[in-house]
Write a protein that binds this ligand. Structure first.
Ligand code: SF4
Ligand code: SF4
Length: 362
């Protein structure tokens, strides 16, 4: 009889927490446990953030799908960026509220921010960029979505235009299972790679992780410095030179992982000297403590409907390139116009946007 009431309490708490996440703003919620994550990579280890951990509540919030086309067409950067910043902030808030609820109920609970928090226990922790807990592993194992080739969580509802956050707790909760892999809509179209100017994901090699006896595969990720350079807005011109991200900078994107570290200081210095932007995320770990979203292309291009994916890709590669006026205003122009505009700049200003061969700078 006593066993039954303990079981009922676990069921009740599990259902309450799931309902709470949905009512507060998530569109999908799942529960992972130390058992369902067993055998996973280090960032699937819940005890890293709470030694007594037994379970985690993981949930997903969606960005506004209506803002993606204008973003890819380079008609409107600000609306999607603001939406991303605020939805991410809401995800962090939900995490905090669920953790508070658990703590007030007598359990230990640690909120896990959606992004921009890293383990500090390795010599190169800032380059390694390992999160305390990887929401992706929790999300795929608890049935929020699938792992796409990109390594992002992709969902039937909103593709990968989502943000994830979690709460780790010592409360016993009932796990939710992963989704059937045969229903994973990722057909390895690799448009997520085609829109990535940094070449972050290997086009051929895959990695497999095992979580609680189940295997999940996705494209192998290369150096995190790749995404940092491009997604962080330090540079943005695609190798085709026909389109860019929302960054007005066009420093060369190296081909090899080992060359990225050397490319970062010049691009960073120029980034700091360019006119300041409004908005973005406040992150103390990056130069200037501010990051605007200039890319996120891999997240935004992936939609369950292949026609939508293809249309978004076309919008992006036909959208032109971004240049910046002296007052900071960004304009979208053709690749040819951008080239002429850069050439006409005084050398000191031009250096804020691109590397100039020595003989041309004298
Ligand atoms: S863009 Fe294509 S390959 Fe990439 S995750 Fe989505 S469906 Fe998979
Ligand atoms: S955010 Fe941009 S640079 Fe980073 S992996 Fe995605 S597409 Fe590549």
């Amino acid at each position: 009889m006593e066993e039954l009431s303990k079981e009922s309490k676990i069921v009740e708490l599990t259902e309450t927490l799931k309902e709470m996440a949905l009512i507060l703003g998530a569109f999908k919620v799942g529960i992972a446990t130390t058992e369902t994550l067993l055998g996973g990579p280090p960032s699937a280890d819940l005890t890293y953030v709470l030694p007594e951990a037994k379970s985690a509540v993981c949930f997903a919030l969606a960005f506004d799908q209506n803002l993606i086309d204008p973003y890819f067409r380079k008609m409107d950067h600000e609306s999607l960026e603001t939406n991303k910043v605020r939805i991410t902030t809401l995800a962090n808030g939900i995490s905090l509220e669920i953790a508070d609820f658990l703590q007030q109920s007598g359990y230990k609970a640690v909120p896990q921010s959606a992004n921009f928090v890293y383990r500090r226990d390795t010599e190169n922790w800032l380059l390694d960029m390992h999160p305390p807990i990887s929401h992706r592993y929790l999300a795929v194992r608890s049935g929020i979505g699938y792992l796409g080739y990109s390594g992002n969580i992709i969902t039937k509802e909103y593709g990968s235009a989502i943000v994830l956050a979690s709460v780790v707790t010592d409360a016993e909760l009932i796990p939710t299972d992963s989704l059937p892999e045969e229903e994973n809509y990722c057909d390895e179209c690799k448009l997520c790679l085609s829109v990535c100017s940094s070449g972050y994901v290997d086009p051929v090699e895959k990695v497999t992780v095992t979580l609680g006896g189940k295997e999940f595969s996705y494209g192998k990720r290369r150096s995190n410095s790749r995404c940092f350079l491009v997604c962080g807005g330090l540079t943005g011109l695609n190798a085709s030179r026909k389109w860019s991200t929302w960054s007005p900078a066009r420093f060369k994107i190296p081909e090899k992982d080992e060359d990225f570290i050397a490319a970062i200081p010049t691009a960073t210095q120029a980034y700091l000297e360019r006119p300041k932007f409004k908005g973005g995320f406040f992150i103390c770990l990056i130069p200037g403590s501010r990051m605007e979203y200039t890319c996120s292309n891999c997240h935004l291009v992936c939609h369950p409907d292949k026609k939508v994916r293809n249309a978004r890709y076309k919008m992006l590669i036909e959208s032109g390139v971004v240049i910046q006026e002296p007052d900071g205003t960004r304009r979208v122009v053709s690749p040819e116009e951008a080239k002429e505009y850069l050439k006409s700049m005084p050398m000191e200003r031009r250096k804020l946007y691109e590397s100039i061969p020595e003989e041309k700078s004298v």
